[in-house]
Design a protein around this ligand. Structure first.
Ligand SMILES: [Zn+2]
Length: 677
């Protein structure tokens, strides 16, 4: 019998007795959560519905253990296929932790945790509950493996629970995809893609007169998008499920759920970026039209259970660049990078900063030891742009500076922050370039790049890495404008996104060892292309209350004909017999079928322009006709519908049929590590 390096002899004896003589009756005590999640633990079913990892991919193990009344947990160990996980194969005591409520004020009169601010555990657990962690485990043998936690308590029997997970093998038999480019059209369902094609290309004789770039990709399928805790995902797990191979709860990025209140201590799972940076030295590029702290960009590099913790999220982008290979970061979100020594945003600091201690991060010791992660600090006064520049990143605050950064050379690393929060949408950026800068001026950022321009620059920087790269490029406001039911604005977002895809398609044609996929995290709004207006542009504009009377269906819809200007966008979206779009997952709204001059107010902007209508569901009140919604609030919501995925380049043949969003991770892993014939 091998000695256990970090188990006291007494526990070791108990553990081997329990293994030899079967399960011990743990009386009232129980393990209430076991991570990684599995149906074996949740329901006893040995079904294959379990966490999955690539060989060597890091993940944390964790158990929430409720001892018998009056007892506390004194020691624990995790086992893998009945072998204790030792210091040699998965880190020693420095990689383990026990989190309990040590402060009596965190336990109520009923003996349950209160979950109050400053406490450690969520509300409602027995006061003696312990959360036991073992950080940064990994396995390399393909197949389904069981794992087990064994916890010792002061009085009473050992407490144990068993789960399982799978290591998905990689066949090493083909040419490798050196570069992986993931286009994530946030909220982009089939209807959004079709609307973009109708507007950009037009139809004649019942056929599309042209294809979107994403339509030309030779392979693809349909993706199931559920998160760990809902059929309807938000953008955090919607993205991270693609690049970790595992399901997270809504709001969570690069982690599994837990029972502690700390948003940065959850059990981690290694990202594609981290895995391929460690294994192959790949670089990471993250490009978005959103605020860079937003769920989709963060869910490629940042580990947190709270997608809203902006200060910690942007700090971690830089602090853990040696883990992720972060080389390009572009989008909006400057408000998180500017120093805020006052740690207050009321009143809003004049520099636009929204850095706060309250949403910053500090990691526990076992995460730092296990993952080699930076410790973090509560530092709202941090000049994060300065720190990026110190780390060798060229910084571009606008399109002119972005172009200048490439004059005569290609920078080695690139940071672009083109707005305080989310960038302006294509509809308003294009109007600005055409001479009507009313909206972009009102937001204070008249000189913002388009997504295709950002993509071109990002790929130039990333292509300098001889080991290849992972790039995630997001069309973020397809979703944001669909939430707001601003139809013309989100259709132009699809067009902007597709122009960026054209740039990557050309890159992949020049670099055949590149895999490009185009997908979405989920559908947003239940968008439906109902038909087209049966009114001319001027008649429609003159009849904002026309409502149902102006909606042409079937034969009456015919084919809306938009005229595309030299800049690639419609000369106007207010054409005769324009496309009419409805929403199946909408809040109440007032509809005129005509775009508003100003976008609906974006509450994430530190200085939102006063001209913006505050809420989507009052936007046209008084001029539009009332459409009763199915959901509360003022926005349309995400839906559970499968979404289309398109693929081209090296490894694209792996993408066909109907698959889960987590399956995409293993296809990407196969293409990058094992290769494809
Ligand atoms: Zn959304």
């Amino acid at each position: 019998m091998q000695p256990l390096p970090f188990l006291p002899r007494r526990l070791a004896a108990f553990v081997f007795a329990s293994l030899a003589f079967g399960a011990v009756d743990a009386s009232a005590a129980q393990v209430s959560r076991l991570t990684p999640p599995s149906e074996l633990f949740a329901s006893g079913e040995e079904s294959p519905v379990i966490a999955r990892f690539l060989p060597g991919q890091l993940f944390d193990m964790q158990a929430t253990v409720q001892p018998d009344a009056g007892s506390t947990i004194t020691n624990f160990a995790f086992f893998y296929d009945n072998s204790p996980i030792s210091a040699a194969n998965s880190g020693g005591a420095a990689r383990t932790s026990v989190v309990t409520e040590t402060d009596a004020s965190c336990v109520g009169e009923d003996g349950r945790t209160t979950g109050a601010s400053g406490c450690k555990l969520v509300a409602g657990l027995p006061g003696n509950t312990a959360v036991l962690s073992l950080r940064a485990a990994s396995r390399s043998t393909p197949g389904v493996h069981t794992f087990k936690v064994v916890a010792q308590q002061t009085n009473g029997p050992l407490i144990t629970a068993t789960g399982n997970f799978e290591i998905v093998g990689v066949d090493r038999n083909g040419a490798l995809a050196k570069n992986i480019i993931i286009f994530l059209g946030d909220g982009m369902g089939a209807a959004h893609r079709t609307a973009g094609r109708i507007m950009a290309k037009g139809y004649a004789q019942g056929k599309a007169k042209g294809r979107l770039a994403m339509d030309t990709f030779p392979y693809g399928g349909m993706v199931m998008t559920a998160s760990l805790n809902s059929i309807v995902t938000d953008s955090a797990p919607g993205m991270q499920n693609y690049v970790t191979g595992n399901k997270a709860n809504n709001n969570q990025e690069g982690v599994f759920p837990d029972d502690t209140l700390d948003a940065f201590d959850n059990p981690r799972v290694e990202y594609l970026s981290e895995y391929l940076h460690n294994l192959q030295g790949k670089a990471l590029g993250v490009v978005t039209t959103a605020d860079v702290f937003d769920a989709t960009p963060a869910a490629n590099a940042v580990h947190t259970s709270a997608r809203g913790n902006g200060t910690g999220i942007v700090d971690q982008f830089l602090d853990d660049r040696d883990l992720t290979g972060l080389t390009v970061l572009m989008g909006g979100g400057r408000k998180w990078f500017l120093p805020n020594p006052s740690d207050s945003v009321s009143p809003q600091p004049p520099n636009g900063s929204q850095r706060r201690k309250a949403n910053d991060y500090v990691l526990p010791d076992d995460v730092i030891a296990g993952w080699g992660a930076a410790p973090g600090a509560l530092d709202p006064e941090r000049d994060l742009i300065g720190d990026f520049e110190q780390a060798g990143f060229a910084y571009a605050p606008d399109r002119t500076a972005l172009d200048a950064a490439f004059a005569g050379r290609v920078p080695g690393k690139l940071l672009g922050l083109f707005a305080y929060s989310n960038m302006n949408v294509a509809y308003d950026k294009i109007n600005g370039r055409r001479g009507d800068a009313t909206v972009v001026d009102a937001f204070g950022f008249p000189d913002q790049p388009m997504l295709d321009e950002m993509t071109d620059k990002a790929l130039k920087v990333l292509a300098k890495n001889p080991n290849g790269f992972v790039a995630m490029i997001e069309g973020a406001s397809i979703d944001k404008q669909a939430h707001l039911m601003d139809s013309d604005r989100w259709v132009l977002e699809v067009m902007e996104f597709d122009r960026a895809i054209s740039v990557a398609k050309a890159f992949a044609e020049d670099h055949p060892d590149t895999l490009v996929i185009v997908t979405a995290d989920h559908e947003c709004s239940g968008a439906a292309l109902i038909g087209a207006s049966n009114l001319t542009a001027s008649a429609l504009e003159g009849a904002p209350d026309s409502g149902k009377d102006s909606v042409g269906t079937y034969d009456a819809a015919k084919f809306p004909k938009y005229t595309i200007a030299d800049d690639g966008y419609p000369e106007t979206t207010l054409i005769d017999h324009k496309l009419v779009i409805g929403y199946g997952a909408n809040a109440d709204r007032y509809e005129t079928w005509v775009s508003s001059a100003f976008p609906t107010k974006d509450t994430q902007q530190p200085f939102p322009p006063s001209e913006s209508p505050a809420d989507a569901n009052v936007r046209n009140e008084g001029v539009g006709y009332f459409v009763s919604g199915q959901v509360a609030g003022d926005q349309a919501v995400h839906t559970a519908t499968d979404i289309p995925l398109s693929a081209m380049g090296r490894g694209s043949t792996l993408f066909h049929g109907v698959f889960d969003n987590t399956d995409v991770f293993f296809k990407l892993g196969q293409a990058a590590v094992g290769g494809v014939d």
